[in-house]
Design a protein around this ligand. Structure first.
Ligand code: S3P
Length: 424
């Protein structure tokens, strides 16, 4: 697809449901007794992969445009799937389901697309094995396909080296099937949707500082879940609204959980004019975001804030490229093991558009303020790279051609339509 400079960007947009929360609603609804109703479910390819995995394990899931209904069978109601489970492009599906499969009385093989088959799984294989599960990487490279033989599990206290909600959640979900309390301590707190939603379904989950713990064998009950708009999807409109001269965008119903809202803090610290309207709390906190064009300046982004904006770093790079002065990003080595190596891809592709950007071992240094020009950008089939460059193109002279632009179907199928509506 080809993108050009925007001369007008105004109006309202409602971004689709949160990806992390949508995955969890399907998973926990499947493990609960009774029916779970999910409103504003993200109909993106990743969450559809999660639905298919649970259908293969015998769970009836009705998916309509208005809502999804999950007819859960309780903690011990999953059946051995007929064939391999396919997580597609989804790290969340792969890692969280692994935690659930670790506690099942059957053996499963779990795989995904070529990106998933390169992503590190040792981080979940190690703690789940310590709990008693038998997990093998069938290619012997600590990546999927994984063969998981469930077993009676033991409660452990695991100290994770990475701040990862996927690792934490895999362990907590295995902890549902353990013989004792299970605890996970992270170096820095990662997103806490699992803790919030499992508690809502009836589990005993406690958080103290960077440690989350769960009691085994709860009775989970089906619930109604209203999924807030995904702040990670809103991030592209936040950036576009700040960068395009004269822009003003109202983004409705965005989740602003404090473990996810780093993009708002960083955008405001860079000088961005963002007002939170209509703040409300119903399970997860939400707000409408009013974003106005602003002159941005560079900042340093490091430490505890990193997990709260890890998926937004590609679009934050674009903001930094257009900001005056230097932006330094540290403590973000996790970027290398996302859907693509997001340090390499951002350095090469923003560089190709004229940005002064250098990669480091755990982030990047961007000297902003140089005018960007169009280029041919390969998304590497990474949805967040495709959307970041669609926004970069709005500020660049000439044509920007994005190869693999369809990757947006992973988390935001209507992204280009919603963006172009604001331009007319
Ligand atoms: C996610 C956690 C994060 C994030 C991913 C979704 C989740 O991954 O990058 O897009 O839903 O738990 P890590 O746990 O690997 O940091």
């Amino acid at each position: 697809m080809i993108f050009q400079k925007a001369h007008h960007l105004k109006g309202e947009v409602t971004v689709p449901g949160d990806k992390s929360i949508s995955h969890r609603a399907v998973m926990f609804g499947s493990l609960a007794e009774g029916t779970t109703e999910v409103l504003n479910f993200l109909q993106g390819a990743d969450c559809l992969s999660t639905i298919e995995c649970f259908r293969k394990m015998g769970i009836l899931i009705e998916n309509t445009p208005e809502r999804i209904l999950i007819h859960g069978k309780g903690l011990h109601g999953l059946q051995k799937p007929d064939g391999i489970l396919d997580a597609g492009n989804s790290g969340t599906t792969t890692r969280l389901i692994s935690g659930i499969l670790a506690g099942q009385p059957f053996e499963t093989t779990l795989t995904g697309d070529s990106s998933i088959r390169k992503r590190p799984m040792r981080r979940i294989m190690e703690p789940l094995s310590m709990m008693g599960a038998d997990i093998t990487s069938l290619s012997n490279n600590d990546c999927a396909p994984l063969r998981i033989k469930g077993a009676p599990l033991h409660g452990i206290h695991y100290h994770s080296k990475v701040a990862s909600a996927q690792v934490k959640s895999a362990i907590l979900l295995a902890g549902l099937y353990a013989d004792d309390i299970t605890k996970v301590t992270e170096p820095v707190v990662s997103r806490d949707h699992t803790e919030i939603m499992l508690g809502y379904f009836g589990a005993q989950v406690h958080t103290e500082g960077t440690t989350a713990s769960i009691c085994p064998e709860p009775a989970l009950h089906g619930q109604k879940v209203c999924v807030p708009g995904d702040i990670s999807s809103a991030a592209y409109f936040i950036a576009a609204g700040l960068l395009v001269p004269g822009a003003e965008i109202l983004i409705r119903n965005v989740g602003i959980n404090p473990t996810r809202d780093g993009i708002l803090k960083v955008a405001q610290a860079m000088g961005g004019d963002i007002t939170l309207l209509n703040v409300r709390r119903d399970g997860e906190p939400t707000a409408d975001l009013l974003v106005k064009h602003s002159a941005l300046h560079g900042i340093t982004i490091e430490g505890e804030i990193i997990p709260t904006l890890i998926d937004e770093l590609p679009i934050i790079n674009v903001m930094a490229a257009c900001a005056e002065g230097t932006t330094i990003i540290r403590d973000a080595a996790e970027l290398k093991v996302k859907e693509s190596d997001r340090i390499d891809v951002m350095v090469n592709s923003l560089g190709a558009m004229g940005c002064d950007i250098t990669g480091t071992k755990d982030g990047m240094i961007i000297h902003g303020g140089r005018p960007l020009h169009g280029a041919v950008i390969d998304s590497h089939l990474d949805h967040r790279i495709a959307m970041s460059f669609a926004v970069a193109a709005l500020t660049a002279d000439g044509d920007t051609k994005i190869l693999g632009s369809d990757a947006v179907t992973i988390s935001y199928p209507n992204f280009y339509t919603d963006l172009s509506r604001l331009m007319h």
